[in-house]
Design a protein around this ligand. Sequence first.
Ligand code: AZ7
Length: 329
Amino acid sequence: EEWKERGAAVATRQEVDQNGRPVSKIVKKGVNDFHFGRTLGEGSYSTVLAATDRQIHREYAVKVLDKRHIIKEKKVKYVNIEKDALNRLTEHPGIVRLYYTFQDERSLYFVLDLANGGELLGHLKKMGTFDEECTRFYGAQILDSIAYMHSKGIIHRDLKPENVLLDEQMHTKITDFGTAKILDIRSRPQDGGGTGNDGPGAGDPMDGVEQERAVSFVGTAEYVSPELLTDKNACKASDLWAFGCILYQLLAGRPPFKAGNEYQTFQKIVALDYHFPDGFPAVARDLVERLLVLDPSKRLPIDHIKAHPFFDGIQWGKGLWKQKAPRLR
Ligand SMILES: O=C(O)C[C@H](Cc1nc2cc(Cl)cc(Cl)c2[nH]1)c1ccc(Cl)cc1
C-alpha cells in the first residue's frame, strides 16, 4: 500500500554516552523498516499508528505528521521541541520513550513506546472516580515523572489525564511534549530540579524573548495555571498546579475548574473559585489546597509533596515502578 512507495530515510537512534548525555547514533531506519497496523489515535497535527519493526518484531506507536500541514499551521517549532524534549527524557519509566525519528518526502515520524493500556482519562470516565489507594498510586507515579522532567529542565505545560497513558502493567507513561518548555540548563543554577518553585521565567534566557512576543501557547483550559493567564509565563510550578487539578479530578470525577466555556473557566481559575465535594478525603483536600495556590512560588515543592501524609506508604524511587498497580475501583 502507499507506505511502501516511500524511500527509507536517515533516522537517529537516541542513546546516551558513558556520561549519560543523549547522543544520536545514526542508524538507517525508515518507513520500510516497519509494518504499519491499526490507527491508535488521530490528533489535529498527527496520526498515531501501531507499527512493528520488521527486523526485531517489536511493536511501537508511530506518530506520523504531514510536513505540509505542519508548515502551513506553523507548528514546525512544536515538532522540534517535542523531539528535543523527548531526547532528554530517556531514562524514566513514566515518560513515553522516543526510539527513532525519521522523515520522508511527505511526513515526519516519531517512533515511540506503545502504551496499550489506553489513557488514564478513559479509565477515570469508566470508573467515575478513583478510590484513595488508586489515586495515591497514580498520583505518585505522575509526580515521580514530573520530578524527573523538571530535573532535566523540561516543563510539560499541558499535563492532564488525557496525556497520561497506561502500559500493559497499568503503569503511567506521560506523553505529548510538543508544548513543553525546555529550560536552557547552561544558564540555570543547578537547583536539582525538584523545587518546582523557581518562579516564572527563572533562568530561561528564552523567556525574555517570549515576554516580548505574545506567548502563542496556553494549555488545556481546565488545567491552565493562573500565572499563564496573567503574566503569560509558565514555570515548573505550573506543572504542579496541573498536578493538583489531576489529583482533585481522580477523587472527584471532574476537574476543579470547569465552566460553560473557556473564558468562564479562566475566570474561575484566576479567582481560585472551586469547592470540594462532600466526602472528599480530608488528607487529599489538604494536599490539593497546598497545590492550587495562585502564587506559583507558594505552591508545595515536589519534595514536600512526596512527604505529604496523603502519600504515606508510597515507596518512592524504583520500587514505585516495580510494584503491581492496584485494581481500579
Ligand atoms: O531528522 C531529525 O531528527 C531532525 C528533523 C528536523 C525537522 N525536519 C523537518 C522538516 C519539516 Cl517539513 C518539518 C519539521 Cl517540523 C522538521 N523537523 C526531524 C525529523 C523528524 C522528526 Cl519527527 C522531528 C524532527
